[in-house]
Design a protein around this ligand. Sequence first.
Ligand code: C5P
Length: 209
Amino acid sequence: SKQLIIAIDGPSGVGKGTLAKALSKKLHLPYLDTGLLYRAVGRKMLDMGLSPDDEELVRQAQNLTEADWNRNDLRVSEVDKAASLVAARPKIRAALLDMQRHFATTQGVVMDGRDIGTVILPNADVKLFITASTYVRAKRRWLQYTNDVDAIDKDEQIKQVEKELEARDLADSSRAVAPLRPAEDAKIINTDHLSADAVLQEALRLIGV
Ligand code: C5P
C-alpha cells in the first residue's frame, strides 16, 4: 500500500520536531528535520569563514552528507542565526531541494521545516502548520538550550530568546524565497495550551488514522 507523505511546517520552538518524531514512530515512517540541513550549511559558513553568498558555500550545500547534519553542535544560538541567513539565499535552497524530495520515497515520510507543504512536497497527503505564541515558544526553546531551570535571571533569559525568535520569524516569513507561511490546504494546530501528547492526538485525528 502507498505510504503517507506528511508535511509539517511552522516557526521554531513550536513543537513541530517533537510532533514529527512522534508521528514517525507511531506511523513507522522515516523522518527528516530539514532545519538541520540549513543548520549544517550555516555551520560550514562559520567554520570555513565564508560569506552567505560565496559559491563555495553553494558547493558545500550540494555535497552535504548525513554526517554534516547529524553533528551535535548545530543547536546553538550562533548557528540559529547562520542557518536563517543562508536559508534566505535562493542558490542554497536550490542546492538542498532534490536532497529533500528524494527523501520522500515509496516508504513515505514525515518531513518538517518552513516550506515543506508549499515548495518541497506540494503533493503531500497531509499538511500540518503548527503555531504558538512567541512567549510559549521562547520558554520551550530556552528549556531545550539550558539545564538551569532555577537561574535567577530566568525571565530575562526567556525574554532574550523571545527577541531572537521574533527576529528569526520576521526574517523567515518576509524573505522573498520560500517564506514561512501555511500552504492553502494546510491544517493549523495551535500548541499554546496543548501537551506534546495532545498535539500528537490532534495530528492523528487530522491525518485520519
Ligand atoms: O527549524 P530550525 O529552527 O532548526 O531551522 C533553522 C533555520 O533554517 C530556520 O530559522 C529557517 O531560516 C531555516 N529553514 C528553512 N526552511 C526549512 C527549514 C529551516 O528556511 N524547511
